[in-house]
Design a binder for this molecule. Structure first.
Ligand code: IVH
Length: 683
């Protein structure tokens, strides 16, 4: 830990002579970075590329390292600060953190409304998505975050300030500093985005660690970690929904407060509506019953609350919950099906994962036939057997999961599942480390592992090689054409077109996709190598710090471990990777094929500088995120709504209202082909 970080724990350091210039520069950088953070995390309208953002942060880090006396506690460099804690302290809530009464039908919502109308003649309601996360309380003093706490028993919770500080959408210091808000408390829900949940569980399965049952458990488990650096890696987020007390008497409604909170820098619950009468509330609940599946986070209901604080005061509360609010809970989506078979899959790292093959069943929008059973301990706990009827759901709306066995439907003669002693793919021995739940194949060149490595390498977050899917990888490995990642770049269209279900055109497309993948930024290659513990975030951090493959390879493990957010497990694993001659050869062959071995984004051309883009509809060659990244890397900006200031609207398939708006405002509309030409890409 650099001295500057430890030093900063106690609060702003006293001013000292001589560093005024640096202090001013640091202050300017901090406010710029905070503003970009706000645009990125709160408004979802980034104005600069990740690269430019990283440059600002790096300059600030450099200044603060050279002049530790200018570090402030709320500097964006200080989100992860301090040594791991031994335990959390208990803190008392100023006002109790209440829970809500639940309702499960629209009739019950109408009863709630009838009770309200006995006291309030014309109720105005706020309908707000109920985030399925972990309740937190955040206290600000002097416009700075001074405390984050869990709900606990509602009266006292744990002081989790250090963990809360790692959540980038929570402001450490407010954007604006109105006097009324110099000291106040907000409450919200910390959650793990669904995509992070899926990625973390996937990683944990590969690592032989127990998986989380759902995003909420994962968020709760993360907030209980005593090491903030580990918390930061998980990627928590937060949505704010309440202030227990209006800090400003002129703000008489929740609606007004929420608007101010957004201006101060908080990310409030999206899609909140102010509605007159319960019918409109019910319509809103109905609308979100299925739409909630498309959100990036779990929503388990709709919170319906009176908007005016005066009305709330009049209604008061019971011992446990307020009378002015209620939660309408969506019924959980669950279904029964029968397990026909339990197969064992072997992944990239050799982990043998039991998977249930089930009768097809429709749930949360898709038909499900498979569910990972994670590991033998999990199967034992739930006692899942071939032939069992099981209750399933989709964790985080993505991952099919067996909740339990319907025991009364169990047939006679079923037997407990036993893990095979040999790898079902290559026949090598399966072994289990003493402290792991996973069994692994001992054979490093097991075809299943090679396939897993290739699919990871070709995956979206890595080299994104379109057309290199499971079926093709199976053929390439089974026929011995590819045994190693670097072999991919020797493939010819001729060779490929001889494979099953590969026409000449698809073969040529794949060769072109492989060629294009050579231009992917270095951090994606580093991630694609599949080095243990080097996920996409860690890969970015390593690239930011070291800049090139050579430098990462020759870096001293202590130096790697000292990079904020990295730690010794990563350092060890990077060292092990390069200690293996085969890996060194692999990297050399990839370099010889022309893949990016250093961070080139630095001085790249910026042909789109100052141009404002809006994306609408689906593009064929890019996901939204990739297209945005591309625009930002070329100097342009991307926003979510069309205005007169928009330079281009890129319209993909099924473009919606943004296209209409662009036409009515006379904004230039680009087809995908025109966009491709503009960014100068061949594929
Ligand atoms: S308002 C008096 N709004 O649900 C409590 N709560 O079961 C007023 N929650 O403890 C809370 N999303 O942690 C409110 N949009 C939302 C919410 C929300 C999730 C949680 C909150 C509360 C629990 C009640």
């Amino acid at each position: 830990m650099p001295a500057s970080r430890t030093k900063a724990r106690g609060g702003p350091s006293p001013s000292r002579g001589g560093s005024g210039r640096y202090r001013k520069e640091a202050e300017r950088l901090r406010s710029k970075i905070n503003e970009h953070n706000y645009r990125y995390y709160v408004l979802a309208q980034p104005e600069i590329s990740d690269y430019e953002y990283d440059q600002l942060l790096r300059r600030l880090q450099q200044l603060e390292e050279q002049h530790p006396e200018i570090v402030t506690r709320d500097s964006p460099t200080q989100r992860v600060g301090g040594e791991p804690l031994r335990e959390f302290e208990s803190v008392a809530h100023k006002a109790p953190m209440l829970s809500l009464d639940n309702t499960y039908s629209y009739d019950e919502l109408r009863e709630f409304d009838a009770r309200i109308r006995k006291t309030v003649q014309q109720p105005v309601y706020l309908a707000e998505l109920k985030i399925d996360g972990v309740a937190v309380s955040l206290t600000y003093e002097g416009h700075r975050l001074v405390q984050g706490a869990t709900r606990g028993d509602g009266v006292r919770g744990d002081d989790i300030t250090l963990n809360i500080r790692t959540v980038k959408s929570i402001p450490l210091i407010l954007r604006k500093k109105p006097k009324a808000f110099s000291r106040f408390e907000v409450r919200g829900e910390v959650y793990l985005p669904r995509a992070r949940f899926a990625a973390i569980n996937h990683e944990r399965e590969e690592e032989g660690l127990p998986v989380f049952a759902n995003p909420r458990n994962a968020a709760a488990g993360t907030l209980k970690l005593l090491d903030p650096a580990m918390v930061q890696k998980r990627g928590l987020d937060c949505l704010i929904h309440t202030v227990p007390r209006s800090p400003d008497a002129r703000l008489g409604t929740d609606w007004d407060i929420l608007r101010v909170l957004t201006e101060l820098g908080f990310r409030t619950v999206p899609e909140t509506r102010r509605l007159d009468g319960i019918d409109a509330v019910i319509d809103h609940c109905e609308k979100w019953a299925s739409r909630r599946r498309d959100l990036g986070f779990d929503v388990d209901g709709m919170v319906v609350k009176l908007d005016r604080f005066a009305d709330r005061d009049e209604l008061g509360m019971t011992a446990k919950s307020p009378r002015w609010a209620v939660a309408y809970k969506y019924p959980p989506e669950q279904a029964e099906t029968v397990v026909r078979q339990i197969k064992v899959n072997v992944g990239r790292t050799g982990t043998a994962t039991p998977v249930a093959e089930m009768d097809p069943v429709f749930i949360s929008g898709t038909t499900v036939t498979h569910a990972s059973l994670h590991n033998i301990d999990e199967i034992g706990r739930k006692d899942i057997r071939r032939g069992d009827t099981v209750l399933i759901h989709k964790a985080g709306e993505i991952i099919p999961q067996v909740l339990k066995v319907v025991k009364k439907k169990r047939k006679r003669g079923t037997r407990r599942f036993k893990m095979p002693s040999e790898c079902p793919v290559c026949g090598a021995r399966l072994f289990r480390e003493a402290d792991e739940v996973a069994w692994r194949c001992v054979n490093a060149s097991c075809p299943a592992m090679v396939k897993g490595r290739l699919l990871h390498f070709a995956g979206r977050g890595a080299l994104d090689i379109e057309g290199l899917g499971e079926k093709l990888v199976d053929q390439l490995v089974d026929q011995g054409i590819v045994t190693n990642l670097a072999d991919l770049y020797a493939l010819t269209a001729e060779q490929l077109s001889a494979l099953d279900r590969m026409g000449q055109k698809s073969a040529e497309n794949l060769v072109a996709a492989l060629e294009a993948s050579k231009q992917r930024p270095f951090h994606r290659l580093l991630y694609g190598l599949g080095i243990r513990h080097v996920g996409s975030h860690v890969a970015r951090v390593l690239v930011q710090r070291f800049g090139s493959m050579d430098k990462i390879r020759s870096a001293d493990p202590d130096e790697v471990a000292a990079v904020p957010g990295i730690g010794s497990a990563v350092a060890e694993s990077v060292r092990n990777f390069f200690a293996d001659r085969e890996n060194v050869e692999l990297v050399e062959r990839l370099a010889a094929s022309g893949l990016q071995m250093e961070d080139k984004s630095a001085g790249g051309p910026k042909p789109l500088l100052g141009k404002k883009f809006v994306l609408t509809g689906a593009l064929k060659a890019w996901t939204r995120e990739q297209a945005s990244e591309l625009i930002l890397s070329l100097g342009g900006t991307v926003s979510s709504s069309v205005s007169k200031k928009t330079d281009y609207v890129v319209a993909g398939e099924a473009a919606g209202s943004k296209l209409d708006r662009a036409k009515s405002l006379g904004v230039k509309v680009l087809s995908e082909a025109e966009f491709r030409a503009l960014v100068g890409q061949r594929v």
